[in-house]
Design a protein around this ligand. Structure first.
Ligand code: NDP
Ligand code: 8X3
Length: 256
């Protein structure tokens, strides 16, 4: 299969690249950090003998997305799978004192970037009458938590858009899956708290969160089901988390 993965320079995207490459699939990976794309592409090609192309661009830039997809279409034709993974949270504050620049970055990346990619890749799949779009949503797209306001709104939109895409694209034999992970130990919290290591590491204190590889394995499972089966939506958390709000710790479980 030919798989396009956005945001593959870190975390879940990087694990997705590893999982699909390990299983012998060719990749086109994206992100803004060229050094990482170069390194990951070289490592995966060497280790798994697959082709790993990459394009470095900011998914918020509509023209850059158009150019990147034009290159993919010219060199590769229609991908079999698009994984819309690139995304981020910035800050954690009440709506009354949120940072509007941070809001715009989250909306532009998580929502508009995903839409730009989909708008340009979907027609390639439509022509082939096959394809699979996997959107990485979040438990934040199912339950809103205090101070999560705008990030949660973008992820609710990803869940809604996944359903909309499925309705529109099923006519062309294209599957759409939303995967909604709970807390995953990636660079996510480091980005959310602007590089504050202390705050970032405290996010996962006292329990084992999901690892990026857990999400990647789940996506791979969805991507390899028989042609007539589409897993529409999966919400997955670590065992210590029940939803976007409620979580527990190892200590609490021991005392129970
Ligand atoms: P990471 O910060 O580890 O990775 C985020 C990836 O997105 C990076 O590869 C980054 O690449 C890319 N990215 C961010 N902004 C842009 C941009 N403007 N243009 C292009 N690429 C961009 O976080 P995760 O792996 O955790 O996050 C991946 C997805 O999973 C996100 O959509 C996130 O919302 C979602 N998610 C994360 C959870 C978690 O707890 N970690 C839980 C549920 C969902 P680069 O910086 O090189 O551009
Ligand atoms: C990322 C998980 O709980 O930080 O989407 O929102 S959470």
């Amino acid at each position: 299969m030919k798989v396009v993965i956005t945001g593959a320079t870190a975390g879940i995207g990087r694990a997705l690249a590893e999982e699909f490459a390990r299983n012998g699939h060719d990749l086109w990976i994206t992100g803004r950090r060229t050094d990482r794309l170069t390194e990951i592409s070289a490592q995966l090609q060497k280790e798994y003998n697959v082709t790993v192309n990459y394009t470095c661009f900011d998914i918020r830039e509509r023209a850059a997305v158009e150019n990147a997809v034009a290159t993919i279409a010219a060199d590769w034709g229609a991908p079999d799978i698009l994984i819309n993974n690139a995304g981020l949270a910035l800050g954690l504050s009440g709506i009354e004192n949120g940072d509007v620049d941070q809001w715009e970055t989250m909306i532009d990346t998580n929502l508009k970037g995903l839409l730009y990619m989909t708008r340009h890749i979907a027609p390639l799949m439509v022509k082939e009458k096959k394809g699979h779009i996997i959107n990485i949503g979040s438990t934040a797209g199912k339950t809103v938590y205090p101070n999560g306001n705008v990030y949660c709104a973008t992820k609710h939109a990803v869940v809604a858009l996944s359903e909309g895409m499925r309705i529109d694209l099923m006519n062309y034999n294209i599957k759409v899956t939303a995967i909604n992970p709970g807390m995953v130990d990636t660079e996510f919290s480091w980005v959310r708290f602007s590089g504050d290591e202390d705050k970032a590491s405290k996010t996962y204190d006292g329990f084992e969160p999901l690892h990026a590889a857990d999400v990647a394995r789940t996506a791979y499972y969805c991507a390899t089901l028989p042609e007539h089966v589409c897993l529409n939506e999966i919400t997955m958390t670590c065992t210590r988390q029940a939803n976007g709000i409620f979580k527990t710790t190892d200590a609490a479980v021991q005392q129970s």
